[in-house]
Design a protein around this ligand. Structure first.
Ligand SMILES: [Zn+2]
Length: 96
């Protein structure tokens, strides 16, 4: 694997993120029941009727993601954020 290849686990995570970001409708993504009129306690309350439904859906979609994968992804995001922060700092320093 080269440094620039995207592991399948990362693709699954990005795919799930896209689904959660775009999802909307009247039915729960997990159990397909009508969403309650009052917001559920799920983090994504506009797409899941309950926390257990949300947990089941996310767990099922990320079941191949390992702790090592999560640590690699977090390290990569941390590196990207530090790079952006350093560029912004350099830009604001040169603008003075
Ligand atoms: Zn549900």
């Amino acid at each position: 694997m080269t440094e620039w290849s995207i592991p399948n686990s990362v693709s699954q995570l990005v795919h799930l993120g896209a689904i959660l970001a775009r999802a909307s409708g009247d039915h729960c993504l997990s159990c397909f029941q009508l969403l309650p009129k009052d917001a559920s306690r799920a983090i994504f309350s506009r797409v899941f009727c309950s926390q257990p439904c949300e947990r089941a859906y996310v767990s099922d979609n990320l079941k191949s993601l390992s702790l090592q994968d999560c640590n690699r992804i977090l390290a990569r995001i941390d590196g990207l954020l530090r790079s952006v922060h350093a560029k912004r700092s350099a830009k604001s320093d040169s603008g003075r």
